[in-house]
Design a protein around this ligand. Sequence first.
Ligand SMILES: Nc1ncnc2c1ncn2[C@@H]1O[C@H](COP(=O)(O)OP(=O)(O)O)[C@@H](O)[C@H]1O
Ligand SMILES: C=C(OP(=O)(O)O)C(=O)O
Ligand SMILES: [Mn+2]
Length: 538
Amino acid sequence: MGRQPVTRNTPAACQPTEPLEAQGIVNYTRVFYNLSEPRLYEQAIRRREGLLAQSGPLVVRTGAYTGRAPNDKFLVREPGSEDKIWWGEVNRPFTARDFDRVHHRLLAYLQGREIYVQDCYAGADPDYRVPIRVITETAWQSLFARNMFLRIEDSDELNSFRPEFILIAAPNFHANPEVDHTRSEAFILVHFGKKLIIIGGTGYGGEIKKSIFTVMNFALPQKGVFPMHCSANAGKNGDTAIFFGLSGTGKTSLSADPERILVGDDEHGWSDNGIFNFEGGCYAKVIRLSPEAEPQIYQCTRRFGTLLENVAIDVETRRIDLDDDSLTENTRAAYPIHFIDNASPTGIAGHPRNIIMLTCDAFGVLPPIARLTPEQAMYHFLSGYTAKVAGTEAGIVEPQATFSTCFGAPFMALPPTVYAGLLGERMKKHRSVCWLINTGWSGGGYGVGERIRIEYTRRMVSAALGGELESVPFEEEPFFGLSVPTRCPGVPDQVLRPADTWPDRDAYRRQAEDLKNRFRNNFKAFESQVEDALRRVM
Ligand SMILES: Nc1ncnc2c1ncn2[C@@H]1O[C@H](COP(=O)(O)OP(=O)(O)O)[C@@H](O)[C@H]1O
Ligand SMILES: C=C(OP(=O)(O)O)C(=O)O
Ligand SMILES: [Mn+2]
């Protein structure tokens, strides 16, 4: 007789210690608790949620929404949090009554269904971590949560797990704006008092991770921790660098560096102990990913365990095509951070020696690297500038300036000055050096010039972090008062001075003045709240 297949049950990991009924989830057909990747694959394939690609990833479609829907996100106005929240255009209120209605309709919808649960943590520092339970209608979103948050491998720890924040996501449950008072069929509703997030009508994985980020941004400043929309890595001798930046500016790409230890690609906290990742995974853009320019991320797209969102796949050969943008430009890979071979096993690192602020300036104006004074750093942090390009449609050449305070307004639950205050204080205390790095266009801007080559940006980052720029003369650029190195090893001198890359210098000057005015207009909102030194920056 041949060898018997060995099957082992780990019953401890199959039933949540805290029953789902505690979350009002009742009459379900089955609950799948903390399933491993192979079992989630089996479930997703059985339920026809996705396809197994030739090289191992699971490929899914997120539905009508392939990116975040910031206008469909609301915070519940309730006594426990309302006087702390930064209400306005970003954080729009939802009544507690309306929340309860949508919540109950969602719980009713989930009856008779299979439910997937992942119990995990947000926050790598045990002093500040938040136990979260992610309850999903689909197996693939359970894989998303398992890949993105901090896993619990230890069965005793799982057995004693008590969730603090609950997130329920049901992409196929659509709101009805007339009854539910949502803006559309999609909704992301955050209730700080109930410690509950409900998401429906959209399957985009980014909503799950960014709403947990919102929770951290609300809770941590109240514990003296600075939550940041940034990636982070550390040198071999422990020097830490953080990279702030809005979507598409290069946080994920530039933090993956074979010479440095990856701490995290998107969300961190800065406490008195140093920095820590909020997550346990990465969520990389993979459109037209180049194996030469981004080898570490590229290899993650060919691996068992990786979840690919909206990537094109040939149903016959099961080959994926990273160049295909027919579903969206925003194709994504979600994978656990240990898929990057030099990732930190703890997600914890020291106080940042360098702070990099990334911007993707499509106007072709800002220098590719500049050293910032502490006041300039605060100014750029409060401004949160980047430019969006109008997608890939032919004929659209006009980029759009975006100012998103703290480099992440959609996720900042408290007033921006709270975060800016924490940055200023920590930057001063730890004497961090700040840099502005433009990963956008040169040579005349979007539609005329080309995007700064990623190998140049990497070289500039490593020159800044490695101290190579300390011996180089700097000159002041006339429009924004930025201090720009005149040389950077491995980068042509001309690249460092954007004006020199433009075919027409007058056109550069006009564009620079225009951008400067946009900065000034945007900063008016902060002028009454900041010190004189900041008001004089520009
Ligand atoms: N010079 C550059 N620096 C950084 N990224 C670049 C550069 N040129 C092109 N890119 C591309 O821009 C995108 C940056 O996205 P990503 O790193 O995911 O940003 P974020 O994590 O900040 O949202 C990637 O697709 C990357 O390949
Ligand atoms: C997940 C997101 O973050 P980023 O693009 O910064 O990686 C997002 O904006 O949807
Ligand atoms: Mn990213």
